[in-house]
Design a protein around this ligand. Structure first.
Ligand SMILES: C[S@@+](CC[C@H](N)C(=O)[O-])C[C@H]1O[C@@H](n2cnc3c(N)ncnc32)[C@H](O)[C@@H]1O
Length: 208
């Protein structure tokens, strides 16, 4: 099955991250994993930091109505943009303005998607707002990624999968070994070299 980029329009949302090479790599990873995702029979999926909303909307178009779809974003404009993209594509997605998944209490997900702010910056840049929050990743570009990964056990169902986009400068092998220590195996789904960046999509799942 091919996964076309969902329709979106960011004209009213200038502070929202425009789908870019990293977005398209994560969409391509979901497309490459279509059979796996269908076999998983997920009941509840979430995208963290959904920005324009094209990734969670793309997932909804792959899996259709068999699943509940949520997304979150720290940027309120991104939540509006995601709701708009969902509406344009007829996808049933609820986007909630929150930090990571912290507003969900005792809720676990079968699928977690995250194209995080991954650029190496000073830590102070993490306190910005709007578009700044889309890319500033702090030390090693990992400050947001590490906050998620150290809590992932509480957020994924026993069969759950987390798809995470990483940059070479994030030292993906360190993330992989940190997750191993928490009982998660990993698989590199796709990688792509684009001008100035080497990007990877990993998936993480509990060791059997
Ligand atoms: C690289 S952009 C990706 C946007 C979109 N998912 C895409 O792939 O085009 C990262 C997104 O994460 C959001 N974000 C940053 N820190 C966050 C946090 N702590 N919790 C939730 N969302 C966050 C940003 O506002 C931004 O929309």
């Amino acid at each position: 099955m091919t996964l076309d980029t969902p329709k979106y329009n960011l004209n009213k949302y200038p502070e929202v991250y425009e789908p870019s090479e990293d977005t398209f790599l994560l969409l391509d990873a979901l497309e490459a994993d279509t059979s796996f995702l269908l076999n998983l029979k997920p009941k509840i999926a979430v995208e963290i930091g959904s920005g324009s909303g094209v990734i969670i909307t793309g997932l909804a178009s792959l899996l259709k109505n068999s699943c509940l779809y949520f997304s979150t974003d720290i940027n309120p404009q991104a939540c509006l943009a995601t709701q708009n993209t969902a509406r344009l594509n007829g996808a049933p997605i609820e986007c909630i303005n929150m930090d990571l998944l912290l507003g969900f209490k005792n809720r676990m997900f079968d699928i977690i998607l995250f194209n995080p702010p991954y650029v190496v910056t000073d830590s102070e840049e993490l306190s910005g707002s709007g578009l700044n929050r889309a890319w500033a990743g702090g030390t090693n570009g990992r400050e947001i990624i590490d906050r998620l990964s150290c809590n992932i056990s509480d957020m994924l169902t026993p069969e759950g999968i987390c798809y995470l986009l990483l940059l070479k400068e994030n030292n993906p092998q360190e993330v992989v070994s940190g997750m191993k220590g928490l009982g998660f195996d990993s698989e590199l789904v796709l990688q792509r070299k684009i001008p100035g960046e080497f990007l990877y999509v990993y998936k993480f799942f509990r060791r059997k």
